[in-house]
Design a protein around this ligand. Structure first.
Ligand SMILES: [Fe+2]
Ligand SMILES: [Fe+2]
Length: 157
């Protein structure tokens, strides 16, 4: 799988989760379950995307500015996501904050697909062999493994 297919497939999954989350009401099992899935998958996605993809883009002079822009957005999004994660699922402001996150996250992934991918295809090539895509998948698994390990340790403590 090329890096572009791998990232796009994650983005589509995130779009679907955001849409489903927007339809939840109050503190429900549905909201909790969808949020956990979104939270862990986006965390691993962003970390692996930086390691496998943006490191390559930023290493090229013509990709540097777009790459840095995306990575800066990761930081802003992470702040929003952590803030929401610390919030009570039934808090009155939950949906308002979630809507802000949804809008900004959707903007971020659209910009990656519309702006960063075309630049990357030019400066780092088409990744026809799928090497970068393979690196992404491996990094993402490692990130997920770290999170699961932390969760297990927290349960044992
Ligand atoms: Fe991203
Ligand atoms: Fe992404």
């Amino acid at each position: 799988m090329t890096i572009y297919d791998a990232l796009k497939s994650d983005h589509d999954k995130h779009r679907d989760l955001l849409k489903k989350l927007a339809a939840t009401q109050g503190d429900s099992g549905e909201r909790r379950k969808l949020w956990q899935t979104f939270y862990y998958d986006v965390g691993a996605h962003a970390a692996a995307e930086e390691l496998a993809f943006y490191s390559k883009l930023i290493a090229e002079s013509d990709g540097q500015s777009e790459g840095r822009h995306s990575v800066a957005e990761h930081k802003e999004l992470d702040d929003l996501i952590q803030g929401l994660n610390d919030m009570d699922f039934g808090a009155p402001g939950w949906m308002a904050r979630f809507s802000t996150l949804k809008e900004r996250y959707e903007h971020h992934i659209k910009e990656e697909e519309d702006d960063a991918f075309p630049i990357a295809r030019e400066v780092i090539g088409a990744d026809e062999s799928g090497d970068i895509g393979g690196n992404f998948t491996r990094h993402k698994k490692e990130e997920r493994g770290l999170v699961d390990e932390k969760a297990e340790n927290a349960l044992e403590d």
